[in-house]
Design a protein around this ligand. Structure first.
Ligand SMILES: [Zn+2]
Length: 223
């Protein structure tokens, strides 16, 4: 069977991370989330990490040249031979072109760019309610409240709103997302690789749609 090279698209808070993790378990493909890769670099205070941190702290996107190198190395690795799931990359047409270039050097292409779409107001509701503890345990005032308000159930530390989850930063991220990602969505659409999935339902229901889509893609690949 041919490799399944997937790109997940969707605004912050669309749940694409959750879908990506399920896909990873189901398909046993490596899952590359740019956010995780960058946050690890920030924690480890690598050169790329320090560079990226300045942008992330402002809610801005990390520039292409910083990210492209990291991703190219991973899709070209032994682990990604049977395919991969990319989350958070590409984010711009420039990045998509760099990815296409890299994959064509390897005799491959993106099988599908899966767009998980959720209305803006729903995203502000989802992200604005998130509360985090210093040890990374995450709660939600509406969907997953801690038993005592403002205190982590797991470790007892005080909960806070991550800079990324502050309403003004969410709005800034969403407007950046639209501005930069809508041309990317159009770019994949022109190539016939864009697949739209509604992300407003519960994670299980959304994942059923993703699975149905993959089954169709595989039938088409094998036909
Ligand atoms: Zn905690």
């Amino acid at each position: 069977m041919s490799a399944l090279n997937l790109v997940l698209l969707g605004p912050p808070g669309s749940g694409k991370g959750t879908q990506g993790e399920r896909l990873q378990e189901d398909l046993e493909l490596p899952y590359y989330a740019t956010g995780d890769i960058l946050r690890a670099a920030v924690r480890e205070e690598t050169e790329i990490g320090r560079e990226a941190k300045a942008f992330m702290d402002r809610g801005d996107l990390v520039p292409d040249e910083v990210i492209i190198g990291v991703i190219a190395e991973r899709v070209d690795s032994h682990a990604a031979e049977d395919g991969f799931i990319l989350d958070g990359f590409p984010r711009t047409v420039g990045q998509a072109e760099a990815l296409e270039q890299k994959l064509s050097e390897l005799g491959r292409r993106v099988t599908a760019a899966i767009l998980i779409s959720v209305p803006d107001e729903e995203i502000v509701r989802r992200l604005g309610g998130r509360r985090t503890c210093p040890n990374g345990h995450i709660f939600h005032v509406e969907f997953d409240p801690p038993s005592q308000e403002g205190v982590c159930d797991v470790c007892g530390a005080e909960l806070y709103v991550r800079d990324d989850d502050k309403p003004e930063v969410i709005k800034h991220r969403l407007s950046q997302y639209s501005e930069k990602t809508e041309p990317l969505v159009a770019w994949y659409e022109e190539r016939g690789t864009l697949e739209r999935i509604s992300g407003t339902g519960a994670p299980d229901a959304v994942y059923e749609d993703v699975r149905a889509l993959l089954a169709t893609l595989r039938m088409e690949e094998e036909a």
